[in-house]
Design a protein around this ligand. Structure first.
Ligand SMILES: [Zn+2]
Length: 286
C-alpha cells in the first residue's frame, strides 16, 4: 500500500480540523467499494429496493426469494478483504466507529471499538428461538440442499447487503431454505432490514459517543455514506445541533451536506490514509 502524496489544497482546512481532538466515525457502503463490494447508492448505480422486513416474514415464497439471491451474494462477499480505508481507521482508533455496513470488514481489520448499526451478514438469527448462528455453516447447508444452484447462477451482480440481482422465478421457487437446527424455525440474516428498527441499546451507545464530542471538542467524521437512511443521519443531526463539527467524505451528494462543516467529494481510502498520516498514526501495511 502507498500513501497519498498529500491532500489537495482544498482538503487542507478539513484535515486541519480533523488533525487533533477526539473522533467519532460513521461509515457506509462507500468505505467498502475498494474491497470490491459495490455501493448501491453510489453515483451511476440504478435505484434498488431491498426486501422489507414485513415481506421477509410474510412466508416461504419471500424467504426463498431472499435466500436464493443472498446465497449467491454471500458466496462472493465472504471473500472480501479490508482495504486501506479500513486499515487507516484502525490506525486512527476513534473513540467509537459506527458502521452502517454489514460486511464485517472493520472487525476483520482489527477495529477496536465498533458498533455495527445494522448487524452483521456473517450471522444468522432464528425468528422463533432467537438463536444466533454462523452464516458460513448455513451457507454450507444451503449449498448441499441446492446442488448446482450457485454454478447455474454464477453471473450476478452483488450488492452491499449481500443481495444480488437475480429474477429466475423458477429457480427461486425451487430453492430449498434450511430451517433452524435448534427448533426448525425460520432463519433470517442477523441484520436490520428496512422496516425494522435498530436495537435501542446500539443507538444509545452511538448517541452517547456523539454527545461526548461536544464536551471534548471532538469531530464527527462521516466516511462513505450518502446518509440516505435515518439510522445514520440522526447522528449527524445530533452532532450539528450540539455545535459539534461534522466532516463528510463521500463521492456524490449526501443528505448531510447542509449540516457539514466540510464536505469532501473524495474517495475514503485516500482521505483516511492522509488523515492517519496527518495524525501521526500510519496504518500498518495491508
Ligand atoms: Zn430456532
Amino acid at each position: 500500500m502507498t500513501y497519498a502524496a498529500g491532500p489537495a489544497p482544498a482538503l487542507g482546512p478539513a484535515l486541519d480540523l480533523l488533525a487533533s481532538g477526539p473522533l467519532v466515525v460513521l461509515t457506509g457502503a462507500g468505505l467498502s467499494t475498494d474491497s470490491g463490494i459495490p455501493d448501491y447508492r453510489g453515483p451511476g448505480r440504478p435505484p434498488r429496493t431491498p426486501m422489507l422486513y414485513g415481506e421477509f416474514v410474510s412466508g416461504l415464497a419471500a424467504q426463498q426469494r431472499y435466500w436464493a439471491r443472498s446465497h449467491l451474494g454471500w458466496g462472493r462477499m465472504r471473500h472480501a478483504e479490508p482495504n486501506a480505508g479500513h486499515a487507516a481507521l484502525v490506525a486512527l482508533d476513534p473513540d467509537l466507529l459506527v458502521t452502517q455496513n454489514v460486511d464485517g470488514l472493520h472487525e476483520r481489520a482489527g477495529q477496536r471499538s465498533v458498533v455495527a448499526l445494522h448487524g452483521r451478514i456473517a450471522e444468522v438469527v432464528c425468528l422463533d428461538c432467537r438463536a444466533v448462528s454462523s452464516r458460513a455453516v448455513l451457507h454450507d447447508r444451503m449449498t448441499e440442499a441446492n446442488p448446482g444452484f450457485a454454478e447455474r447462477h454464477a453471473a450476478v451482480t452483488v450488492n452491499p447487503d449481500g443481495d444480488v440481482e437475480m429474477d429466475d422465478v423458477e429457480a427461486i421457487a425451487g430453492f430449498v431454505v434450511p430451517a433452524c437446527e435448534e427448533c426448525g424455525g425460520v432463519l433470517k440474516p442477523h441484520v436490520v432490514f428496512f422496516g425494522e428498527n435498530v436495537p435501542a441499546d446500539r443507538v444509545e451507545r452511538c448517541y452517547a459517543a456523539v454527545d461526548g464530542l461536544a464536551a471534548t471538542g471532538g469531530t464527527l467524521l462521516v466516511a462513505g455514506s450518502s446518509l440516505t437512511v435515518m439510522s445514520g443521519f440522526r447522528f449527524v443531526r445530533r452532532a450539528a445541533k450540539a455545535g459539534t463539527p461534522v466532516v463528510v467524505v463521500n463521492r456524490g451528494a449526501t443528505r448531510g451536506d447542509d449540516l457539514a462543516t466540510y464536505k469532501l467529494d473524495a474517495g475514503c481510502s485516500e482521505l483516511l490514509t492522509a488523515l492517519a498520516a496527518r495524525r501521526g498514526r500510519l496504518p500498518a501495511t495491508a
